[in-house]
Design a protein around this ligand. Sequence first.
Ligand code: ZN
Length: 387
Amino acid sequence: MDKNTIFEALDYRTNNPINVEVEKGYIKRISECKEELDSAYYIAPGLVDLQVNGFKGIDLNNLELQVSDVDDLCEVLLKKGITNFYPTIITNSDERITSLLTTISLACENSAKTNCCIAGIHLEGPFISLEDGPRGAHAKAFVKAPDWELFTKWQHAAKGKIRMITLSPEWAASTNFIQKCVASGVVLSIGHTAASPEQIQEAIKVGATMSTHLGNASHAKLPRHQNYIFEQLASDNLWSTIIADGFHLPDSLLKIFIKTKPNKTILVSDATSFADFPAGDYTSHIGGEVTLDSSGRLFIKDNPNMLAGSAQSLLWCVHQLIEKKILSLKDAWNMASIKPTEALFGSSNNLLQVGHKANLVIFEKNNKGLEIIKTIQSGAIVFSKIN
Ligand SMILES: [Zn+2]
């Protein structure tokens, strides 16, 4: 038997040493490892990121985006333990959105590996709030009411790969739009919203099942009792995605969000092209001049209180929650691996369990945080730091 098909490491859930045997892309057997391991590596399901705008110089919303950039992004993310991700296209002109979606779907057609990494596309906008604050950094000129015909054109350009859309239900047309989206198999996530509690409830009633980066892209001040954050937080039907990079939400709010929905919280990176860059000043096509400081915080150079997106990976977010003792390794990892799949598909097919797909990560905890040692996709080692 090929020795690469058996992985020996600590089970991320129990700390117990296990052998994970992989055959034809699936987990065939998991058994207790009798011998002492010569390393303290963990094995866990591959990470799944529902919100990636870019990474390490690659910007998915750059109009010059090439098919090779999408392939390169997959490679970069595999090194960070991401076996599946959802390229996120934000508000832009109709033609530009079409063009970016076309490039991503072409990349999937041209490369089996890229197609394996990209589980779907996340369209974030342009059917969001016009208001400053909830709109975030999205360009006001291109924000518009939900338009099913337009969305159908985009889905066609994406070859059916749009799997999730972030929308604000404050538009009158949203009820009808949400119903059509959900019927077509697209997951509807509420975000970049200034909707009233009633509008949020209506969106949930007709099929919205998620909240996009809850607590971010909102007004600086909200009514203390009735507001769109509490309304979403109170709904048992909505999954929350949160940016747990340590900068987008204070620890107290992270704790509240997680405690309120321990089984329905998902970590996302919302990473931009500045992720994995060294500290320094950069120019962003969205935020103008931005600064990445040595702590990893990305902000508008002239307005340090204003974040300019995230410069951190999903792996970093997992580590933040463990380091701050907000979650155990097991729970934090699950929120970044099996929970996203469960939210989108109703159940996870990527558990560390016999019969499940062998999308796996071997990693260690060291003084740098969490470090990926190997990434395994459909049973094949696609990244290895060691021999
Ligand atoms: Zn956003």
